[in-house]
Design a protein around this ligand. Structure first.
Ligand code: ADP
Ligand code: MG
Length: 394
């Protein structure tokens, strides 16, 4: 189901497709970006996350071409790329890096014995690039859905998510968890998903339809240094498991350690490993608590958990930055704001705030003003309901 913006975008893409290739598209798909409400840096610790798909997506149109090649035009970049289906390799051309996401999915599907046909394609997205709303997952999930449909080898949404994750890890070369691809493939309108990243089981948690809104605010600070910091955090978490497993031999990941166990064993952990473990273990609990609070409609509690999550990410996990702190502080200073936190990996990107509907207008006016006063930067606000996951639309 397309929202009104997507309908307009699709029409424009159809006309681009016919002027580019001289015929009509036969297949179209959409895959959304996402916002994580709570459960940050828990996914690679086998823990819980709670993302929702957003009303921003990547759309792809295609028609079979019998050329043995994929010829794709990216409207966001106004660039085209052509590559042969046989022996796909990453392009070394940095200007065309976006097309690696398609190559990656072709490569992964081939690994599954699915033979992708030659295709003409047009791609367009309105998930901001590199803002932490996971345009990369939207791109990969859209590509996976489109290519598998074109190959007449439909995938289940979970398979689609797993293959998109594999593509990002093994071909694009970013060591991602499963959250982004999973929510893009399985998102549900008006719901967040509480996902157990170990078992991949999930529960759809209904979000309030009125009374409150979730507002995403982009700090316009692009993430820097993320990869090396990310790898450091991962190894610190592994170190914590190593040490804690001397006392708790059954644990496999920080997900297996309760807050009580952590409190009684924390003296065995050196800093900064102790603080990192504290974040992950308490964040896991907060994510479960958030699901309960949402079910009870207890917005005060939801907001409090979001604030605590931010503080934990800022102090214990040390993945926030001046801009994210300034934006969440500005949000909390405004009336009718239940809570506010950074979302995504950190070091820039977006915040998410839970705001009472009657305070929304004031929030939208005041937040960018205060943020600019403190940082000199522009804030971009994005209001979105929880959207459905990826689907074929033509
Ligand atoms: P994020 O996932 O946080 O948005 P990433 O750096 O992981 O940031 O992924 C962004 C990259 O994904 C872009 O640089 C581009 O290569 C690719 N991408 C995302 N959306 C599109 C799009 N609409 N068209 C082409 N490439 C896209
Ligand atoms: Mg990404």
């Amino acid at each position: 189901m397309l929202n009104p913006t997507e309908q307009t975008r699709l029409l424009q893409m159809e006309s681009s497709f016919s002027s580019e290739f001289g015929s009509a598209a036969k297949i179209a798909v959409r895959a959304p970006g996402r916002v994580n409400l709570i459960g940050e840096h828990t996914d690679y610790n086998d823990g819980f996350v709670m993302p929702a798909a957003i009303e921003r997506s990547v759309l792809m149109l295609a028609a079979p071409s019998n050329t043995g090649r994929i010829q794709v035009h990216a409207l966001n970049y106004n660039q085209s790329s052509t590559f042969s289906i046989e022996g796909v390799q990453p392009t070394g051309d940095s200007r065309e890096r976006w097309s690696n996401y398609l190559r990656a999915m072709v490569w992964v599907l081939q690994g599954e014995g699915i033979s992708v046909p030659g295709l003409n394609m047009v791609v367009q997205g309105d998930v901001p690039l590199g803002s932490g709303l996971s345009s990369s997952a939207a791109m990969l999930v859209a590509a996976g859905l489109l290519l598998s449909e074109a190959a007449q080898s439909p995938l289940s949404p979970v398979q689609l998510a797993l293959l998109a994750q594999k593509a990002e890890r093994e071909f694009v070369g970013v060591n991602v968890g499963i959250m982004d691809q999973y929510i893009s493939a399985l998102g549900k309108q008006a719901h967040a998903l509480l996902i157990d990243t170990r078992s991949l089981e999930y529960e759809a948690i209904s979000l309030p339809v009125s009374g409150v809104s979730l507002i995403i605010a982009d700090t316009s600070k692009r993430r820097g240094l993320v990869d090396s910091e990310y790898n450091t955090r991962r190894s610190e978490c592994e170190r914590a498991v190593e040490i804690l497993s001397q006392h708790l031999p059954q644990i496999k990941a920080l997900r297996d350690v309760s807050v009580e166990q952590f409190l009684s064993l924390q003296q065995h952990l050196p800093e900064p490993v102790r603080s990192r473990a504290k974040h992950v273990i308490t964040e896991n609990q907060r994510t479960l608590d958030m699901a309960e609070a949402l079910k009870l409609g207890d917005m005060q509690r939801c907001g409090k958990l979001m604030n605590e999550s931010h503080q934990s990410l800022q102090i214990d996990y040390a993945v926030s930055c001046r801009e994210l702190d300034a934006m969440t502080e500005a949000a909390r200073s405004l009336q009718g704001v239940y809570g506010s936190r950074m979302t995504g990996a950190g070091f820039g990107g977006c915040t998410v705030s839970l705001v009472a509907d009657e305070a929304l207008e004031n929030f939208q006016r005041e937040l960018p003003r205060i943020y600019q006063q403190h940082t000199g930067l522009e804030a971009a606000l994005l209001v979105s309901k929880a959207a459905p996951g990826a689907e074929r639309i033509l």
